[in-house]
Design a protein around this ligand. Structure first.
Ligand SMILES: C[S@@+](CC[C@H](N)C(=O)[O-])C[C@H]1O[C@@H](n2cnc3c(N)ncnc32)[C@H](O)[C@@H]1O
Length: 281
């Protein structure tokens, strides 16, 4: 190590945990202590603040919104990959196939990737659907992709990924990407045009009205406590179209937010078609 590590006291760790919980709903367990030290000490050093207490004082007593955002960005976990939990995309494909058969050409189709990290999830949705149903180019298809971490949103919007992201993808799936001269994987314009990347805090206000035909919120709720999870899944239900689908991560469940859904597959929930929703859709 080239620099002496900044020590994190129990009191400082408690302050950090409280702030990230209040702002982002993220519950940091004690096991995350080392991660907190390594991620935040870079910032503390760069700001020449000397201690975590001085850093928290700065954030709490009028640090800029950029400082506050950097704090959150540093504490999120952004692990993701193309075609993660493949069965969700197969399920969505079959649902969209049914919608195409049932609705007039050019109909509206809305999908939300909530907690999209660096973009692999919404791009997988877009690439997979366009490959399966080229006629969707003539539909009103839009994919909203949001995350609280502004740094990952900026990277996602570029749509350029290192060659290592190709690992594990079949030749057929790789064909959906363009290749840069440096071997990078590039998302084709036809797919990029479907997706809007926006910063959004899932525990804050949501400006969207919906309804969404499908919501992906995978491997995000694991960072929240049970009440925060329940509230979020309940809010998704209000934005889902009747019979629309919610896809969650492999280790997650809806807990107290499960009213209004029926389980239809592994970590796949369908919104029950209640009368008030049918009128709104
Ligand atoms: C592990 S990634 C999951 C990415 C993708 N959904 C997947 O399953 O591959 C979790 C993401 O949730 C985001 N996140 C955490 N708390 C959030 C919040 N309060 N609002 C919105 N996004 C949040 C993080 O920034 C991170 O990018």
């Amino acid at each position: 190590m080239d620099q002496a590590e900044i020590l994190l006291s129990d009191r400082e760790f408690t302050r950090i945990k409280r702030r990230v919980y209040e702002v982002a709903g993220i519950s940091l367990s004690d096991a995350k202590r080392t991660l907190v030290v390594s991620r935040l000490s870079k910032i503390v050093r760069a700001m020449e603040l000397g201690s975590f207490d001085a850093y928290m004082d700065h954030l709490e007593r009028g640090g800029s919104s950029r400082d506050g955002q950097n704090f959150i960005n540093a504490l999120t976990t952004n692990l993701t990959r193309f075609y993660r939990e493949d069965h969700h995309f197969a399920h969505l494909r079959s649902y969209v196939g049914e919608l195409i058969a049932a609705k007039p050409r050019g109909s509206r189709l809305r999908i939300w990737s909530a907690g999209c990290s660096t973009g692999q999830e919404p791009y997988t949705i877009g690439m997979d659907l366009l490959a399966a149903f080229p006629e969707l180019r003539r539909w009103d298809l839009k994919i909203l992709a949001t995350d609280i971490d502004t740094a990952v949103i900026a990277r996602a919007a570029q749509g350029i990924y290192p060659e290592s992201e190709a690992q594990g993808l079949s030749t057929e799936r790789l064909r959906a990407f363009e290749r840069g001269s440096d071997g990078t994987l590039r998302i084709p314009d036809a797919v990029r045009e479907l997706i809007s990347f926006k910063p959004l805090n899932l525990i804050g206000p949501w400006p969207m009205k919906g309804p969404f035909d499908a919501i992906f919120c995978r491997n995000v709720a694991i960072y929240f406590d049970k009440p925060t999870q329940g509230e979020m899944f309940g809010r998704f239900n209000k934005l889902l179209a009747p019979n629309g689908f919610l896809y969650i991560g492999h280790s997650e469940n809806l807990g107290a937010g499960g009213d209004g859904y029926r389980l239809v597959g592994k970590t796949i929930y369908q919104s029950k078609a209640i009368a008030s929703k049918r009128e709104a859709a």
